[in-house]
Design a protein around this ligand. Structure first.
Ligand code: GTP
Length: 254
């Protein structure tokens, strides 16, 4: 399939389309462990930080929600017999660790950041205050939203869709290990094709698991496109934020 140079807003093929103004980057915690089996890989964290820096230097306002799959997964904890709410809270603490690691990497590169947590831990980071987060972003700071929504039973995908809605983001960029949404698993099926654009409804009805259903519904209600792209390639985040390269757009504007 050809590379996409489609403007995410207009659907026009335009390699020079202007970048998004305000972006929510959703990244799985698993990406941050690189080739390791657990935890954080500092080289990968630095590379992701550099990708974010590139976007900031283009004048794009960036906020970030990370997952915690590299540290602890609430759902798996619950599957192992742990109380689900306790397991989810442990997952939220894992997110805070990832957020601090990303903040540290960004600040080492002279990128101004603020971490805001949905669960108060004031000695470690700011509490989530929407208007303050807005102000930080306008000043060019990267705001990293930690601890998910602060509630058990909600995923970090949902936290990303919620914060993106609250922060009036133009787009949710979902960084994954694949460069978009496919008709089948591209690792298993050589005939799998990448969607260039797909509707929220199709994602939901075909159960394509781009993000969980709550997150997709929230994005749909607030008309925020979800761009699924690969974060594994260096520099891809800033490219895709300018509608360049390969990705899939989940939108109502097909
Ligand atoms: P503006 O002055 O509005 O541009 O924002 P600012 O974040 O620089 O101002 P503020 O005085 O709120 O914060 C100064 C520093 O203290 C920043 O590094 C904040 O991240 C940090 N800070 C602010 N509130 C808290 C908090 O509740 N907990 C923690 N740990 N740090 C905080």
């Amino acid at each position: 399939m050809a590379d996409t140079d489609i403007d995410i807003d207009t659907g026009k093929n335009n390699a020079k389309s202007k970048p998004y103004k305000r972006v929510m980057l959703k990244m799985s915690g698993e990406v941050l462990m690189g080739d390791k089996e657990f935890g954080l890989d500092s080289e990968t964290v630095d590379r992701v930080a550099l990708d974010i820096k590139e976007a900031i230097e283009l004048g794009i306002e960036v906020c970030v929600v990370v997952g915690a799959g590299n540290i602890f997964r609430g759902v798996s904890g619950a599957a192992d017999g742990m109380d689900r709410t306790t397991a989810d809270y442990m997952g939220m603490l894992g997110i805070v660790m990832n957020a601090l690691a990303l903040q540290n990497a960004l600040e080492n590169m002279d990128v101004k950041t603020r971490v805001q947590s949905a669960i108060r831990m004031d000695s470690i980071c700011e509490p989530y205050i929407r208007r303050k987060a807005m102000r930080h972003m306008k000043k060019g700071r990267v705001v990293i939203f930690a601890a998910g929504t602060g509630n058990p039973y909600f995923t970090t995908d949902t936290a990303a869709a919620l914060r993106a809605s609250e922060m009036n983001c133009d787009v949710i960029m979902k960084g994954t290990k694949v460069d978009g949404v496919y008709t089948a698993d591209p690792k298993k099926d050589p005939n799998a094709e990448r969607y260039e654009r797909i509707s929220y409804m199709e994602v939901l009805t075909k159960d394509l698991r781009v993000m969980d259903a709550t997150a997709v519904s929230l994005a749909r209600e607030n008309n925020i496109p979800i761009v699924v792209f690969s974060v594994l390639e260096k520099g891809n985040f800033a490219q895709v934020a300018q509608s360049k390269g390969k990705y899939t757009v989940v939108t109502n504007n097909l």
